[in-house]
Design a protein around this ligand. Structure first.
Ligand SMILES: Cc1cc2nc3c(=O)[nH]c(=O)nc-3n(C[C@H](O)[C@H](O)[C@H](O)COP(=O)(O)OP(=O)(O)OC[C@H]3O[C@@H](n4cnc5c(N)ncnc54)[C@H](O)[C@@H]3O)c2cc1C
Length: 414
């Protein structure tokens, strides 16, 4: 069956298949590069392998449908205001790519730089936030500290009353942060990669690896053996399942992460607001829904659903910060499975197995990294060695101890 596409996506269909954005090819017997996982990162990697390195004999293998994992389940927040130099550099690289992505892909992705506001509710929040603003500024990343009245001016519906459980005592703002339309982003990358000859193969589950000693030379799938010079893992919440098949022990825990949307509303929220203390973050989608996310469900799971009590506290937090939301109705809730690493930073680079590459551990915050991670992963695969920007994010940092602890900047993450 051919892939379905959104009827709203303008002027972007295949010339000889006006209803479809990409072909639906049968897998070939072999490829130069096989990417496992047709989420945003897998698709972006394919795009940059072609665009930046001229490698076109590439397949993206997806066990379900393209973007059926976290890619089209996330809350689409984009920012680069992380604390440490390594993180600031990798996320800012991605943000700069977002700023030119619509032109690069020739497809509307509704990237909206409406500003991301992180609220502070305690003295410790203030200290951490101001430190992060200063670190960001030193790294050339736009960041501002706002006093409560400035928070209110920027986002009039936030409750800054001192009489609540966690009063707002300030906030940080990254004006270049914002949101994009996640499914359009996936389709844009998919369409472009397909156009350049990449085979996007849906309903193709990888079930094992073909090894020659310590060297990978292909993958076993429900559609047969596919040989590959290089294999790139890009399976987010299922990274450990795949790594287990090849005896690779990853320091990754898979957790459900839930989100929800309200019914469609008139514009009420003009920026993204996040609060680590009450644990909620919210934006208003272009269409009008309030899009809310929370922290992870605290247990391991591969089921794409979560527990109601997490939603309940997320909504309580939202109503505390935005009393006006108590009049809105929840339309639907869902979950994805996120791959959480011990230092809240990703793993992007080589593995101990020759020709096997890894991209995982983005946890609750990998949507914003989609173009940047794809760009760097493509570089790493093409050259057989990491780019300086992803060198610090190697798997062996968990043995060397050179961790990049972003639990603060990734508190509620996203
Ligand atoms: C509710 C929620 C909210 C989020 N909010 C944000 C946010 O606001 N901002 C942000 O930056 N990030 C956010 N994230 C995180 C972000 O979505 C992920 O970090 C990112 O999408 C991961 O990369 P991906 O898109 O490639 O993953 P995925 O889309 O999950 O892609 C992995 C793919 O691998 C496939 N796969 C798995 N196993 C196999 C196999 N054996 N064979 C073949 N294919 C396989 C899966 O089916 C899946 O399609 C959120 C995540 C969730 C769940």
């Amino acid at each position: 069956m051919e892939s379905r596409v959104s009827p709203q996506a303008p002027g972007a269909h295949l010339p000889d298949h006006p209803d479809f954005l990409w072909r639906n090819p049968e897998p070939k017997g072999s490829y130069d590069v096989v990417i496992i996982g047709g989420g945003g990162h897998g698709l972006a990697t394919a795009h940059y392998l072609v665009k930046n390195h001229g490698i076109t004999n590439v397949a993206v293998l997806e066990k379900g449908w393209l973007a059926g994992g976290n890619m089209a389940r996330n809350t689409t927040l984009i920012r680069s205001n992380y604390l440490w130099d390594e993180s600031a550099a990798i996320y800012e690289h991605s943000l700069k790519l977002w700023e030119g992505l619509e032109d690069d892909l020739g497809y509307p992705i509704m990237f909206s730089q409406r500003g991301v506001l992180n609220l502070a509710h305690s003295l410790q929040d203030v200290r951490d936030s101001v430190r992060r603003v200063e670190a960001n500024v030193l790294n050339g990343i736009d960041a501002e500290w706002l006093e409560p009245d400035e928070v209110k001016k920027l986002c009039p519906i936030v409750n800054i009353s001192p009489d609540v459980r966690y009063p707002v005592i300030g906030g940080t703002l990254q004006r270049r942060g914002g949101i994009a339309k996640h499914d359009y982003v996936a389709w844009a990358f998919a369409r472009k990669a397909d156009e350049m000859g990449v085979d996007l193969i849906q309903n193709c589950e990888v079930s094992g690896f073909d090894l020659d000693g310590d060297r990978v030379r292909g993958v076993h799938t429900n559609r047969g053996l596919i040989a590959a010079n290089k294999v790139a893992l890009c399976a987010a919440g299922h990274s450990t399942v795949l790594a287990d098949m090849i005896g690779l022990d990853l320091p990754i825990q898979s957790h459900p992460l839930q989100a929800l949307v309200s019914e469609l509303l008139e514009p009420v929220l003009n920026c993204v607001v996040m609060s680590n203390a009450v644990h909620v973050y919210v934006s208003q989608a272009h269409k009008g829904e309030l899009v809310l996310g929370a922290g992870i469900d605290p247990y391991n799971s591969y089921a794409q659903r979560g527990s109601p009590h997490v939603i309940e506290s997320q909504l309580a937090a939202a109503c505390e910060l935005f009393p006006i939301f108590s009049r809105a109705h929840v339309l639907r809730t869902w979950a994805g499975i996120v791959d959480v690493s011990p230092d809240a930073s990703p793993i992007l680079g080589l593995t101990p197995i020759e020709n096997l590459f890894i991209n995982c551990g983005w946890g609750t915050g990998g949507f914003k990294a989609t173009p940047g991670a794809g760009w760097l992963y493509a570089h790493t695969i093409a050259h057989g060695e990491p780019h300086p920007l992803n060198l610090p994010f190697a798997l062996d940092r968990f043995a060397s101890g050179a961790l990049i602890d972003e639990h603060g900047a990734a508190g509620v993450a996203h």
